[in-house]
Design a protein around this ligand. Structure first.
Ligand SMILES: Nc1ncnc2c1ncn2[C@@H]1O[C@H](COP(=O)(O)OP(=O)(O)OP(=O)(O)O)[C@@H](O)[C@H]1O
Length: 229
């Protein structure tokens, strides 16, 4: 569903993503794990078109995304939940979600979104900025889902979220995959969360994948060793 082939991304002379390739199957959940500074955010931003790549290709199905602006990538089925959530604090919850509808031409927030996140229905007329961190994360995911994506990218969704909510988020993301049939790529540092939700775990170091394992039978010690400094 998502295929990345030999992607290179640099900031000036500093190469951050090195000939990275990744194939994500329809309905698959992939966790990309790595310590701070290993390139997770750069990879996500490059996939959604916020920062340019030097070479390589990114495809959703048969649609080539290189050279496309972010909104065009969204129209092709990619959605993105940025690190830090970046919801619009002055807009209401409903208005935040509606910003995600623009590419679908729909006017109303689909009922499934409020079914997945009942708290957002309860709070639909509150300003986004007044929600808790966990609620804002749900809002950011809801906004991304409003574009009816084929592939959902999430950059460190557990950052600043308390453990009980993290467990619930893993369950919700699996439910989203099951009900909407989309693929999910999540960047993470919290191994327990990755193991709760992902079908496959990849470890990134200095912009390259250095380890890969299906969740079943994963060597947790080995992955933890990659994640500890
Ligand atoms: N705008 C920028 N200009 C120059 N270098 C950058 C820029 N943004 C990130 N970098 C560098 O690129 C490398 C990868 O950073 P990136 O943010 O992608 O890592 P990360 O794995 O997402 O880390 P974190 O978990 O801290 O978010 C780091 O060495 C970082 O210093």
């Amino acid at each position: 569903m998502l295929s990345v082939d030999k992607l290179n991304v640099a900031y000036g002379q500093s190469q951050v993503i090195n000939a990275l390739s990744l194939d994500v199957a329809p309905g698959e959940i992939v966790a990309i794990m790595g310590r701070n500074g290993m390139g997770k955010t750069t990879l996500m931003k490059s996939l959604i078109g916020i920062i340019p790549s030097q070479s390589g290709s990114v495809k959703i199905g048969n649609a080539l995304l290189e050279g496309l602006e972010s909104y065009q990538r969204v129209a092709n089925g990619l959605a993105y939940v940025p690190q830090g959530r970046m919801i619009f604090p002055a807009l209401t919850v409903r208005e935040n979600i509606e910003t995600g509808l623009t590419v679908t031409g729909q006017k109303e927030v689909p009922a499934l979104i409020y079914e997945l996140f009942p708290v957002l229905l309860e709070m639909k007329d509150r300003r986004g900025g007044n929600l808790s961190g966990g609620q804002q994360q749900q809002l950011a995911i809801a906004r991304a889902l409003a574009s009816n994506p084929k592939v959902l990218l999430l950059d460190e969704p557990t950052e600043g979220i308390q453990p009980s909510i993290i467990k619930e988020m893993a369950r919700t993301l699996r439910r989203i995959r099951d009900e909407m049939g989309l693929s999910i790529v999540v960047s993470e540092q919290v191994l327990s969360f990755a193991l709760d939700m992902a079908d496959r775990v990849l470890v990134i170091e200095k912009g390259e994948f250095v380890h890969e394992s299906p969740r079943a039978g994963i060597d947790e010690k080995k992955v933890s060793a990659f994640l500890s400094v």
